[in-house]
Design a protein around this ligand. Structure first.
Ligand code: APR
Length: 310
């Protein structure tokens, strides 16, 4: 039997996630949305592309959570996206309400599933999903670091005119302006970028990475990025479905790691069949540590805001 992944929210990110999961033939996909006809229409359209794309993944669209029952993974993209001038944090009250409803219904029908949260503000939405589902921390995670480091990698490749495949990048912290890209762990064919680029150019690439989401929002005007976010969520799902044990930066609930307690924040984790199998702790310099703590403070403020609006 094929593995099953449910994608909640059949908008730009959700539909693209469904497409990539199916076209990589990783699993069957249930696409769920509240808007009548949309998940059904998109699932049917993707099914009709299957003979050309050459996959036998089964796609089903529904407005009912029943269709998500028995999922191995649930990817939550439901919510409203950013508009120009909005920060990810401005979405908090609307998306927290949606996240609660969605998690409750989906988690009840798939009690063994692994939750991958995509909706923003990411770290706070992970907190809502974690508390609402009651799942253990290895089965609740957020997609942010894979996207942020993919953006950093794309900018490094453009700057040095090299293949993106040669690039690796490391981004820690919350998914927001306080994210912490680590240049000394970011490499091209194993060579740290600190040996290939001036500190001014590295700073410029880091700044563009931090504002990567806003740059796309500014261009699209009516929504936020979805191709790269979908790719990032699918890379996480693939590592879990195939038990690949990739080390990927993900939002994880920390209980003392990196000196942070009781918060979701981006850290390198090992992703395998049981979800987060290990939180990888690396030694940070004093400056890096200070930047991570500052990022954790920003996430803690959002967590406090969640309590106020609950
Ligand atoms: N249950 C199911 N689906 C819902 C619910 C709900 N309670 N509320 C909203 N949705 C659906 C909407 O109907 C819509 O189809 O979520 C979908 C969101 O899709 P888009 O508006 O296209 O937004 P998208 O670009 O996909 O972004 C979704 O991901 O990257 C983040 O910041 C982004 O929080 C946003 C989320």
């Amino acid at each position: 039997m094929n593995k099953k992944v449910s994608v909640i929210g059949a908008g730009n990110v959700g539909a693209t996630v469904a497409q990539r999961l199916a076209e990589k033939e990783l699993c069957d996909v249930a696409l769920i949305d509240i808007v009548e006809g949309v998940p059904q229409g998109k699932a049917l359209d993707l099914t009709e592309a299957a003979p050309i794309e050459k996959h036998d993944a089964h796609l089903a669209g529904s407005n009912s959570y029943e269709a998500s029952a028995g999922s191995d993974i649930i990817i939550i993209t439901a919510g409203i996206p950013r508009k120009p001038g909005m920060s990810r944090d401005d979405l908090i009250s609307t998306n927290a309400k949606i996240m609660k409803i969605v998690t409750k219904q989906a988690a009840e029908l798939s009690p063994e599933a692994i939750l991958i949260i995509v909706s923003n503000p990411l770290d706070a939405m992970c907190q809502v999903a974690y508390e609402t589902s009651g799942f253990p921390r290895n089965r609740v995670m957020g997609m942010a670091g894979v996207l942020d480091s993919a953006r950093f990698r794309a900018f490094i490749a453009m700057e040095l005119d090299v293949s993106v495949e040669n690039t690796h990048a490391f981004v820690l912290g919350g998914h927001g302006d306080t994210m912490v890209p680590l240049p000394r762990y970011s490499t091209v064919a194993g060579i740290p970028i600190t040996e290939l680029l001036s500190s001014e150019r590295i700073d410029a690439l880091i700044d563009r990475t931090r504002k990567g989401g806003a740059e796309i929002v500014g261009l699209l005007k009516t929504g936020s990025a979805f191709y790269a976010p979908a790719s990032a969520a699918v890379e996480m799902a693939e590592s879990i479905l195939k038990d690949k044990k990739k080390i990927l930066p993900c939002a994880a609930y920390l209980e003392g790691e990196y000196g942070i307690n009781g918060l979701f924040i981006g850290v390198p984790v090992k992703l395998g069949a049981s979800g987060i199998e290990e939180i990888i702790q690396i030694k940070l310099t004093d400056d890096e540590n200070a930047a991570l703590q500052k990022s954790a403070d920003a996430v803690a403020e959002l967590k406090a805001l969640l309590k106020e609006i609950a």
